[in-house]
Design a binder for this molecule. Structure first.
Ligand code: ATR
Length: 279
């Protein structure tokens, strides 16, 4: 019987996960299909119960359900539990187990350019869900420090207080971070500022950036945000959000099938959908 996989979120119309995973299933000759389902917040419990009842083998979870889904799962792995967010669910013999592949997906993408985050001076811009997954994942990689810069400094402080892994961190306003950018080897932009259609916005000015620093923006639409364009002008190396997106999907696919898929194929497929080329 054809295996069912899914992604649930609201909105879900623009998700590229179905195209990416369906292409992988056919290329590995796995008899499975991956469908998007729009699920409203108030229907989340029923949707999870329904997916379990019909024997879905696994599914992804996206905005706004990544945290709210946790009480409806049978089990949550340690990293996802500490992050407090699940983006991948595996049906393990009738038990639904939640994982977070967003942070590890970011790390794998980063490692294309920076093999190890050990000893690196890092600043994360933003203190929302994506920042949290990336922060907790990188905290385990022995960086020199990971500072958090956010519009609301209290949220940056709360994020630092929540981190279960030992790491040197300080919270900054965006204005203070802007002045101190020269301190960092790695700058990671995790807010939605600059995402289409608001492409002329950026969270902070990058003129104080250290030359040869590595600057990541987790946005991939557009492929080159205003933030990344400014980083290039300041002499930095840049990376857009495609790698994180593709690797979080690859890690989910591996959990469902035991196969770590062809990431280049996934990247090409996603770029084709976005109608662009690699940044
Ligand atoms: P996600 O889960 O995708 O990370 P989120 O939890 O809504 O999204 O977090 C959004 C992040 O973008 C937060 O860091 C938010 O800053 P606040 O904590 O101050 O709200 C940041 N953000 C959103 N709009 C912003 C804006 N106009 N200027 C600066 N930061 C903004």
């Amino acid at each position: 019987m054809k295996k069912l996989f899914a992604v649930i979120g609201d909105p879900i119309r623009h998700s590229m996960s179905p195209i990416m995973h369906n292409d992988l299933f056919s290329s590995y000759q796995i008899d499975a299909t991956y469908l998007p389902f729009q699920v409203k917040k108030e229907d989340l419990r029923d949707a999870v119960k329904g997916l379990k009842a019909i024997g879905a083998k696994g599914f992804n979870v996206t905005v706004p359900h990544k945290t709210a889904i946790i009480p409806f799962l049978d089990e949550v792995d340690d990293l996802a539990a500490s992050i407090g967010a699940v983006n991948t669910v595996v049906n393990e013999n009738g038990r639904l187990k939640g994982y977070n592949t967003d942070g590890p997906g970011f790390l794998k993408g980063l490692q294309i350019y920076i093999p190890s985050a050990a000893g690196k001076k890092i600043v994360i811009i933003g203190a929302g869900g994506a920042a949290r997954a990336i922060y907790f994942t990188l905290a385990k990689e022995s960086p020199f420090m990971i500072d958090i810069a956010n519009r609301t400094i209290e949220k940056a402080k709360a994020l630092i207080d929540d981190c279960p892994f030992p790491v040197s961190s300080a919270a900054y306003s965006l204005e203070d971070a802007e002045k101190n950018l020269g301190n960092y080897d790695l700058v990671i932009q995790t807010t939605l500022i600059g995402m289409a259609p608001e492409v002329e916005e950026q969270p902070l000015d990058l003129s104080h950036l250290k030359k040869q620093s590595h600057v990541c923006d987790i946005i991939y639409n557009p492929l080159e945000t205003k933030f990344l364009r400014s980083a290039v002008s300041s002499g930095a190396n840049v990376q857009n959000g495609i790698d994180m997106f593709v690797y979080q999907g690859a890690l989910a696919f591996e959990k469902w099938t035991g196969i770590f898929p062809d990431v280049e194929r996934m990247r090409e497929n996603v770029l084709k959908q976005l109608g662009g080329s690699r940044c």
